[in-house]
Design a protein around this ligand. Structure first.
Ligand code: FAD
Length: 293
């Protein structure tokens, strides 16, 4: 199918974007990498009258370090592509979970065009970045005519393809806390073919402690309407010696805690089973990291 007719404009500044959004409201859509938007236009799932191309706005580009001392964060601009994140030395050093997850996103050509901000704003529950952002306890920076707001990742993803963005606001960047020595990161997912959206995936972030893992975050993708954090299972594991028997106990808690939604090809029970399989693998990897420390 072909996209419906639309007007196109290339914005030169954030002010111009905000002005166009307030003038056109829901008739306008931002165009970032276009890797999701153009497909939805071609399938006529959306028929905006105006596309506002934001690719010329320098304020939305770049990966940088902000702040000083213990307040330092990694800032990822909305227009940073998946490939730029994958190749970034700053990301590998300060937020290695993203380096691990990036190769799972689609194929190289899509990663070369698709953007961090597009993925966060679109909030696909099967996408890798929203789950990583929640696991890293990052912050979404949004801006509109009313100024800038910072929203914690766990408050940003509200429902299926629904975020805390207010009308006329856009995602400008995200901020991620720096990782510290002793932090453990694991990312894993299962997909029918490499490059497909995940059937189920998991991000694990924790701090290595004498007794096991502390400040554990276990967040799943592809099984609900948003990234799903398994808080009851985290509580079983947190601060306890990470032994194979504790992992068994955590896995039975996880099985009762997760309540996955079926998709077109997988039943809820299959998703629950696969989530437990990758969680076991992730905890096994974390266990070896802990033993090696
Ligand atoms: C075949 C295929 C396979 C894919 N597989 C995966 C996968 O496995 N994992 C995965 O995560 N993704 C996957 N994607 C999606 C891809 O990662 C997209 O790049 C991403 O979802 C959206 O980024 P974009 O820059 O292309 O956004 P666009 O397509 O330009 O925009 C998407 C939506 O977000 C809005 N938007 C864009 N930027 C902003 C902003 N800064 N603020 C507010 N709203 C904004 C747009 O208006 C639009 O509604 C796949 C895509 C394709 C075509």
């Amino acid at each position: 199918m072909k996209a419906p007719a639309f007007d196109y404009t290339r914005a030169r500044s954030l002010d111009e974007v905000f002005h166009l959004l307030s003038e056109h409201g829901d008739d306008a859509r931002l165009l970032a990498g276009g890797q999701t938007l153009l497909a939805t236009l071609n399938m006529r799932l959306s028929e905006p009258a105006l596309l506002i191309d934001i690719n010329g706005i320098d304020a939305l580009k770049g990966i940088s370090v902000k702040g000083t001392g213990s307040g330092r964060v990694l800032r990822i601009g909305a227009l940073v592509t998946h490939s730029e994140i994958e190749a970034s030395a700053l990301v590998a050093r300060h937020a290695p979970l993203l380096t691990m997850a990036a190769p799972h996103i689609a194929h190289r050509t899509i990663r070369n065009r698709g953007t961090w901000g597009g993925s966060i704003a679109y909030a696909d529950p099967a996408a890798e970045w929203p789950t990583c952002l929640v696991a890293l306890e990052g912050t979404v920076v949004v801006c509109g005519v009313g100024g800038e707001r910072r929203i914690a990742a766990h408050d940003f993803f509200v429902d299926l393809y629904t975020t805390a963005l207010a009308e006329g606001e856009i995602v400008t960047a995200c901020e991620l806390p720096f990782c510290e020595s002793g932090d453990v990161f694991v990312f894993d997912e299962l997909a029918r073919r490499h490059g497909d959206y995940a059937t189920a995936g998991v991000a694990l972030v924790a701090r290595r402690a004498a007794a096991g893992l502390q400040r554990l975050r276990l967040v799943f993708l592809g099984i609900g309407t948003t990234p799903i954090r398994a808080r009851r299972t985290e509580a079983v594991l947190d601060g306890q010696a990470l032994t194979p028997s504790l992992i068994d106990r955590a896995l039975s808690t996880l099985e009762s805690e997760l309540d996955p939604l079926a998709d077109l090809t997988h039943a809820a029970a299959t998703k629950r089973h696969l989530s437990c399989v990758i969680a076991r693998r992730a905890l096994g990897t974390a266990l070896s990291a802990t033993v090696a420390a």
